[in-house]
Design a protein around this ligand. Sequence first.
Ligand SMILES: *Cc1c(COP(=O)(O)O)cnc(C)c1O
Length: 373
Amino acid sequence: MSLNAHQQEKLKIFIKDIHKKATSFMGYPISTDFNYQQLKELINFPLNNLGDPFAKSTWQVDSREFECEVIEFFAKLLRAPEKDWWGYVTNGSTEANLYALYLARELYPNGICYFSKETHYSVAKNLHLLNMRHIMIRCDDKGVIDYDDLRETLKVNRDVPAIIFANSGTTMTEAKDDIKKIRTILDEFSISKSYIHSDAALCGAINPFLTPRPSFDFEDGADSVSLSGHKFIGSPIPCGVVVARKSNVDRIARSIAYIGCLDTTITGSRNGFTPMVLWYAINSLGLEGLAKRVLHSLEVAKYTEIQLQNIGIKAWRNPNAITVVLPAVPEEIKQKYQLATANGMTHIICMPHMNFSDIDAFTSALKLDMNDL
Ligand SMILES: *Cc1c(COP(=O)(O)O)cnc(C)c1O
């Protein structure tokens, strides 16, 4: 396998360009402060975690043993009931959410899925794929689900199983729906056939280290939790984690003879490299290292909010959020810092690789631009 001179050059330019692009963005929840050089040998093998990570399989060029350790780590972190958890490493939160909704639908085929207006755009697609009945719930001005609207909507549908798709960290404002509060509402109407999924794509790896701890995990009443590995933890390849109650998963499992394994996952072939990435990250950082990164991000976020306010920008953030929300910025700045913008609003997400000096450079650029107007 070799490239001609032209192709070599094209690749070289691309690598140089990515270097630049990967060090300047501020608008996406992607960490870049990782080094997985110790895993590089593994890209020479067709690692494929075919099938259920916890079941026996005929295929052996896999990293499922490591994947199980990763799932165990997150099951504990997300306070899943002892011996009643299951999960796998997905392609990202979209797949993790799809799995959770699939599980909920199999448990309650006639259920209605309730989700807030600020829910990630991929969820509407997932609901469409699964052909699930759904109702969108309003949000408050910070992006949190409107509990009154949820209560009113559940009240008129109290005879139908309720599947709640909750957010712990919305994409735009990092707003967190309170799972305990949602459980209380379900209990108010004695809706016993219910399922709560917690989409914690960014915050699943942040929330456990916050005080007060946001109400978002199994102990708070969730039946499944998802998070993205390439967001707060950081990965060269997108990945995610879904953890669900094993007793629920067992109710819908099917065994497939061809792979000698349970076909419990959404895709058949699965990435065997990303579980190694997550395994490496959680073991090398440890709980302490993970907590330290959270603390750093919070400090930078606080600094960002203040610095922006100091130059007259109406910046704000949700409690303990690493996302700073501000009015949309001029096009040039938006492009330079890759700032996602929607409805006249943009955000800076203070991921662990960002520093105070990055924020200083940003505010200076923004101030210059404002003076030009
Ligand atoms: C990013 C995100 C997703 C989608 O996750 P991917 O890993 O990109 O598939 C889903 N929900 C929320 C809240 C997100 O922030």
